[in-house]
Design a protein around this ligand. Structure first.
Ligand code: SF4
Length: 353
């Protein structure tokens, strides 16, 4: 499959009237400036120049979570620039992310005019109590309505959900994933909650009213959700916040993360765990004690099969005393693998005789 180049443009929601407990937008607004049309143009030009493979599709993505909540004039000004590049054939599509309550038919018609292709909704949870507790300011009804309209207007629908919100349980999160699947998104992002400086959540955390998930808990919860989305062919395009200068290890002085399941390779931890479970399930199907197995898989999956810092290989050795020989085979579909026994304990017995 051809890779897609993304040109990310962060659009902060200055003066956001909401007060989500995990977000510091309202507190840091003073330090932020709104993006200008010229900056959008410069960013697009800079990225286009750096792209090596001209065959790849290119998408301009306006991130920030509330695109349709900023002043309409500003939205149009930014979209106009991206649309120019679409018309010239240098950019293939435009993506925005926004809140479910910032979507209505009029807005969708306007976005259509600029050939926006994908709309991602920040859902976070479908449990109204959890949404209320996180002070999201919208309900699951808003999510359902917006999702339906987005699809009916011919846009590609994406969802974003969070794991570890205050008072949210693993069950609430599985139910959120199930609710979202029914709304037929094409893609989803899963974000474990991090406690960020200057947020209400930080205050709760300091008062010991909120306890963040550990990395193990977050990986375990995200794993189950990702597995469910995979089974329903919803593309999981991100697990964990993007590492930046500010979203980094809390021990780094520049980090805005106070606590929570931060890990620089969070997605690999989750994917690695999914692979580990699949490999163990396959080994358990053999009705004999195996010593060495061969796993054939697509080269793209090898890192996740090995696991972060070879974790999977070490666990297979420690818990099952199984050694793995890996073979790359690009004819095997991503996500699939074939396993063959290379040595059993019976063979070992023969060897020592
Ligand atoms: S996450 Fe909530 S508070 Fe932060 S910008 Fe979005 S809507 Fe506003």
């Amino acid at each position: 499959m051809k890779k897609e180049y993304i040109i990310p443009i962060f659009v902060p929601h200055l003066g956001c009237p909401n007060a989500c407990v995990f977000c510091n937008q309202t507190k840091i607004t003073g330090k932020q400036k709104q993006v200008t049309a010229q900056e959008v143009r410069d960013t697009i030009e800079e990225y286009l120049e750096s792209f090596k493979d001209t065959e790849n599709k290119v998408e301009v993505a306006f991130f920030g979570g509330s695109f349709t909540g900023i002043e309409e004039e500003k939205q149009n000004e930014l979209l106009e620039v991206a649309y120019e590049y679409v018309k010239k054939g240098q950019v293939d599509s435009i993506r925005i992310s926004t809140r479910p309550d910032y979507i209505d038919r009029k807005i969708l018609k306007r976005l259509k005019k600029y050939k926006v292709k994908t709309i991602e909704l920040g859902v976070q949870s479908t449990n109204n109590y959890v949404l209320e507790r996180a002070k999201r300011g919208h309900t699951f009804e808003d999510v359902k309505r917006a999702s339906k309209w987005i699809r009916h207007h011919g846009f590609v629908l994406g969802h974003q959900m969070m794991v570890g919100l205050p008072e949210s349980t693993a069950l609430d999160e599985m139910n959120t994933a199930k609710d979202l699947i029914k709304l037929k998104p094409k893609m989803v992002r899963i974000y474990p909650v991090l406690v960020i400086k200057k947020t209400e959540l930080e205050e709760e955390y300091q008062r010991e009213e909120y306890e963040p998930l550990s990395i193990t808990q977050a990986v375990e919860r995200c794993k189950e959700i990702a597995d469910l989305f995979n089974q329903h062919k919803v593309n999981v395009i991100r697990i964990g916040l993007q590492n930046t200068e500010e979203i980094t290890d809390p021990s780094n002085p520049k980090s805005q993360v106070v606590a929570g399941p931060y890990h620089p390779a969070f997605r690999q931890l989750v994917e690695g765990n999914l692979w580990y479970d699949a490999i163990v399930a396959e080994i358990k199907k053999y009705n004999m004690k195996v010593k060495v197995v061969e796993i054939r898989a697509n080269p793209e999956d090898i890192n996740n099969i090995i696991g972060h810092k070879k974790e999977n290989m070490k666990k297979l050795k420690e818990l099952y005393d199984v050694d793995v020989n890996l073979s790359l085979d690009d004819k095997i579909k991503c996500g699939k693998f074939e396993m063959k026994i290379l040595k059993t304990y019976e063979d070992l017995l023969e060897e020592v005789k």
